[in-house]
Design a protein around this ligand. Structure first.
Ligand code: 5GP
Ligand code: ZN
Length: 113
């Protein structure tokens, strides 16, 4: 997808701090971390958000969540972590390429929003 920030990151056109990659998934550190560990997990195939997830193969969706689980171990998040996917304007999604935030390394607030 042209002019998509995360597609450009996936293709190496914009630099990123990579933490994980396989055929289906790319993961990198958020440029504005909101927790000691803040990683973004994105499918390599462009879809805008969870709202368009039916356009992804089930294997690609599953690969994202397997990556989340593996990255959490890699990052030492043994105490737990939060996984968030903002979808659309009410959720303040700012980059329209599906992504899962992994937030961890500190105690999260009990209230999610
Ligand atoms: P959203 O608001 O769409 O759920 O999350 C988008 C995330 O992308 C934000 O947390 C923001 O800090 C992050 N972000 C925006 N631009 C860049 C960038 O150029 N590089 C990296 N690594 N993260 C970015
Ligand atoms: Zn994209």
């Amino acid at each position: 997808m042209e002019n998509c920030l995360f597609c450009k990151i996936i293709h190496g056109e914009i630099p990123s701090s990579k933490v994980y990659e396989n055929d289906q998934v790319y993961a990198f550190r958020d440029i504005n971390p909101q927790a000691p560990v803040h990683v973004l997990v994105v499918p390599k195939k462009h879809v805008s958000s969870v709202a368009e997830i039916s356009q992804l193969a089930d294997a690609d969706i599953a690969a994202c969540l397997h990556a989340v689980s593996e990255i959490a171990v890699q990052e030492g998040l043994s105490g737990g972590y939060r996984v968030i996917s903002n979808c659309g304007p009410d959720a303040c999604q700012s980059v329209p390429h599906l992504h899962f935030h992994i937030l961890g390394g500190r105690q999260m607030a009990e209230q999610m929003a």
